[in-house]
Design a protein around this ligand. Sequence first.
Ligand code: IRO
Length: 309
Amino acid sequence: MDLSASLLDIRFANPLLNASGVWCRYNEELDGLRDSAAGSFITKSCTLATRAGNPEPRYYATPLGSINSMGLPNEGYTYYLDYARAYDYAKKPLFMSVAGLSLEDNLAMLAAIRDAGLPAVVELNLSCPNVPGKPQIAYDFAAMDRMLEATSREYGRPFGVKMPPYFDIAHFDEAAAILNKYPLVAFITCINSIGNALVIDIEQESVVIKPKDGFGGIGGDYVLPTALANVNAFFRRCPQKQVIGCGGVKTGEHVFMHLLAGASLVQVGTALQEEGPGIFARLNGELAALLERKGYTSIEAVLGKLKTL
Ligand SMILES: O=C(O)c1[nH]c(=O)[nH]c(=O)c1I
């Protein structure tokens, strides 16, 4: 079965990759994704300087998914830029996630990445929900507009954005209208975790993570319908752009749903954290079997074909 996918003018052996933040902070983890059956992979969102992140426990898995308030722990952008310099792109495409704590930090990192002139594709994170005192950029439309105007101008090459979930049609409309102002925003990754949820352990009668009184972003089964809605909402509203799906993927059927909704590539977060990089071989096998059963010969034939009633 031909699982090949494309984004920008790049070919992928299959549509799967990790969600930024999962299995991608350190070189050894990145090499694990490089050597997995994933079609591509992405680095942990980076900041100008290294960050330890929030106090632990800051990640917790439940039967329905996960909650995290990592707090943007990362090795600093030069660490990931070094990885991208040394990397052999003939193996599979590499993405770099960038999440500066300010517009100026994003401009500095993007200028350095631009000047390095590497094939790595940038995903600008506008949706980290876990840095205390730093509201999500993509929930402040004016700030997002300013960020995209400045970063488009500075970077000067196609890049993507990592979006939070929206829950209101008017917000889909307004966010898409802003994204459509920037032709260099070539793809939209929907969704980041659903921010500031609360998981409670009834035995301990307590929250389960330490930062922010237990408030954190959730992923996994909890978020699949919201992720699919956001993928489809931006797929419908941004015909000149591509969408990467992220959220709730644990089986080949979930990958198929994201493709139907309009995703060109599909990221895996919580399920990768829980199962490890071996998940990509399983998901590709399940997706191929599903396509076979349905009589499809490529995933391009599925992309965006969701029917309405
Ligand atoms: O807490 C984090 O590091 C984090 N956690 C998330 O769930 N999404 C993000 O974009 C980030 I930057």
